[in-house]
Design a protein around this ligand. Structure first.
Ligand code: HEM
Length: 436
């Protein structure tokens, strides 16, 4: 069977939705509503097969995974990450993943909690009652400090300012853009920034090689495994980007949604104060923050930072009777699956309580699934909870008026133009630095 493609009228309706909501996701939603769970938008030289729903999730992530490739040689993400674990396949991928897993294993996480709290306190030490801050920026600072400290034992504070722009340009380099349509379009303006990131990463690797003694962080594990500097750089950059941009988006969206739902914000804050009072949050009792879990899950459902799984069909295949030819780009939409009206009543509404029940299999996949699910899922879950708990424990926050936030499709799904929150009050709390 042939995969449905949009009629010119459906294309026009999708374009209108895109312009109205300022997001290509609106166009995808419009196609999904008209064409169902399998469709193929037609753009000049880009016509991916889009699959939606739990059956498609199981197909792409588990049952047919061996028939897909992750690596697409001409994509910017491949140029950037070269042989990073995110963009290699087969044995090469499995070996890297085995080498990297221990540093992200659950048993390591309690050792990372102090660094997570320290980074949060460090960034929000500058927040003053009465001022308004963009949480997209603030959360990126926190997430960068955390990833560098936990996985590479490097204090990123001195680099926040000099490398900030390069980090953003690196992310922009791999974000969807016109290059999808006009393949081969040169991407000028990035080289200087990418080089700056490389120079920094190679410096860290050299510095670690020069120090004696084993460390069990990710950088130490890669050196111990005997990887050369180039391959280590690929993994460091992969984890730096994949490990901070996603958490930034999740935390910023969570704060946006809480800002828009003051009762939920109050309930989350009351829960944190009930569990931890004024003392530092700790890993042992974090499981007691059940409502916060629900808030984060609902945020991940509505705005999954990684909103699709992108693959290339390595062989001719069929999904539910539809023919997919070898070489086709296949996109499994996490976003549309998690808002599918057949599985999620009032799908567009923010209802944290719905996560008190386990979702149906393969309807909630913010961290992907199968053997190539997110390697940092457990890390990100502890991190987002720790950071959010600490912020709500220490501050009374309120959404700034007149915000029109839309979902921007960058390397992750980002709240643009940002999430402006007013700092209403600073509350007493034990501090890592001795100040409250
Ligand atoms: C809220 C936070 C995060 C979300 C929502 C998220 C989501 C995802 C998803 C959906 C995938 C699978 C993509 C696919 O099937 O195509 C993935 C893979 C991956 N994630 Fe995450 N991620 C998060 C945080 C992290 C963190 C903190 C790290 C690193 C410390 C990380 C590193 C990776 C890597 C390396 C892969 C590729 C794994 C492989 O191919 O074996 N992610 N992530």
């Amino acid at each position: 069977m042939q995969i449905p493609t949009p009629t010119p009228q459906a294309g026009l309706r999708a374009l209108r939705a895109l312009l109205r909501q300022r997001s290509p996701l609106a166009a995808l939603e419009s196609f999904h509503a008209e064409l169902g769970d399998v469709f193929r938008p037609q753009l000049p030289s880009f016509s991916p097969v889009v699959l939606v729903g739990p059956e498609a999730g199981r197909f792409v992530l588990v049952s047919a995974r061996e028939d897909f490739r992750w690596r697409v040689d001409n994509d910017p993400v491949t140029h950037l990450l070269r042989y990073g674990v995110l963009v290699v396949d087969g044995e090469q991928h499995d070996t890297l993943r085995r080498q990297m897993n221990p540093a992200l294993h659950k048993r390591m996480l309690s050792g990372y909690v102090q660094a997570m709290l320290r980074a949060t306190d460090q960034v929000c030490a500058a927040w003053q009652p009465g001022e308004t801050r963009d949480m997209l920026v603030e959360m990126r600072k926190i997430a960068l400090l955390i990833i560098m400290e936990t996985l590479y034992q490097v204090d990123f504070t001195p680099q926040l300012r000099p490398l900030w722009h390069s980090v953003l340009r690196t992310i922009q380099y791999i974000s969807p853009g016109l290059w999808l349509i006009w393949r081969g379009t040169p991407r000028p303006g990035y080289q200087r920034h990418l080089k700056q990131m490389d120079t920094y990463l190679y410096r860290i690797i050299r510095a670690r090689r020069a120090t004696l003694g084993a460390t069990d962080d990710l950088l130490g594990a890669l050196i111990d495994a005997g990887l050369d500097d180039g391959l280590i750089r690929d993994q460091l950059l992969t984890m730096l980007i994949a490990g901070h941009d996603t958490s930034t988006a999740l935390l910023a969206w969570a704060l946006h949604l809480l800002g828009q739902h003051p009762a939920a914000l109050e309930r989350a804050r009351a829960e944190v104060r009930a569990v931890f009072g004024e003392s530092l949050p700790d890993a042992a009792r974090i499981a007691e923050l059940r409502f916060m879990d629900n808030v984060l899950d609902e945020t991940l459902r509505l705005y999954p930072p990684i909103h699709l799984s992108s693959r290339v069909a390595a062989a001719d295949m069929q999904f539910n009777g539809y023919d997919i030819a070898a070489g086709a780009r296949v996109l499994f939409s996490i976003y549309l699956t998690q808002r599918h009206p057949a599985y999620w009543p009032a799908a567009a509404a923010f209802v944290p309580e719905r996560h008190a029940q386990k979702p149906a299999p393969y309807t909630f996949l913010p961290f992907g699934g199968g053997p190539r699910n997110c390697i940092g899922a457990a890390f990100a879950q502890v991190e987002s909870k720790m950071v959010l708990a600490r912020l709500l424990q220490r501050f009374e926050l309120r959404a700034a008026p007149d915000q029109h936030v839309h979902a921007h499709m960058g390397a992750t799904l980002e709240p643009r133009p940002g999430v402006r929150l007013r700092i209403i009050k600073r509350l007493p709390a034990d501090s890592l630095t001795g100040q409250t």
